[in-house]
Design a protein around this ligand. Sequence first.
Ligand code: GLU
Length: 420
Amino acid sequence: MGVVVEKKVENNVLSATQKVIQEAINKLGYRDEMYELLKEPVRMLTVRIPIRMDNGDVKVFTGYRAQHNDAVGPTKGGIRFHPEVTEDEVKALSMWMTLKCGIVNVPYGGGKGGIVCDPRSMSFPEIERLSRGYVRAISQIVGPTKDIPAPDVFTNSQTMAWMMDEYSRIREFDSPGFITGKPVILGGSHGRETATAMGVTICIEEAAKAKEMDLVGAKIIIQGFGNAGGYLAKILTGRGAKIIGISDAYGALYDEAGLDIDYLLDKRDSFGTVTKLFKNTIPNHELLKQECDILVPAAVANQITGENAHEIKANIVVEAANGPTTMEATKILADRGILIVPDVLASSGGVTVSYFEWVQNNIGYYWSEEEVAEKLREKIVSAFNTVIHTASLHKVDTRLAAYMVGIRKTAEASRFRGWV
Ligand code: GLU
């Protein structure tokens, strides 16, 4: 019984995040009152959204929007549609957005939204009605200078287009800067679709350099084949790496000789599901333990835990998902000399290009794909170096270092504003 309770506590993303934030704040030399301010979002809205389903019944969905801290600027972060969304998870995710924005140095605080729903079993018109209903429900607390949403798990540029349209109708003026991750035709930025994967790729390149590893021929396992994992597999294959394992929610494919990524991308559905088409799959937890050079968890939280961290064979773990490694596992991996590129750094490419999109919306002038790619590289390389430098300077693991870098700006802004 005791073991079960402990496991639950370790896997609670909010309390785990609070612990590291507290440690980071202490290391930076702030007083406890700074932690009191930053341990929870300053604003958390819960909404109930009634939607007429295709069969004529009304279903009421629960949604959330968390705004962690707006001392630096408006809050920013994605909206996820998932059956397992919880209030605590959305709060923790909003705090991670503060960290990401601090790490890549963009002028936002963190925000996050979520709706408890399963878009895999909903029709397109039902998803549209739910997306619009959510915007109506949260419209008072969001906006281009207040809180700017974006895509996250199971939402995409189409979802953003509906949401932007709904918001513009409510406000009665065109508001592209209300939301990022839009289709390019509606004011989206070039490079936003692949931004998370590009950010992860740049981190992989930098981590490989630090470990004196050649990316050409490097064996890589990617857990997850959705937006981030799918594009990542494609980009890395293009760079000469060998993708030997991928997975989705239902299982994993593994082949030491390398997988045919183009074929798998062609066969996958819009939710990243592909393994159902194959018989020779292995379970997700088996995939993580396979021999490889670089492991990229790009799916869901709590995948590398105290239980399996000893069995990870990779030299480098790059976290493309939010929260894939527990704190206990972080310690084990770090002690074993495995380089961890933490989620708040590795997955910050998305919000970086979201920032570029918002800037372009605000000035009404749009950049080329090359300009966006160059600006993204500059931000991620500089963020990577700052985190690694902080880790060695303070003799802490890379996760704590990333939290220290990420929280510093919000803490300073809160202090200058006289909040603490
Ligand atoms: N949902 C993405 C993330 O977790 C992107 C957020 C954004 O672009 O604002 O980083």
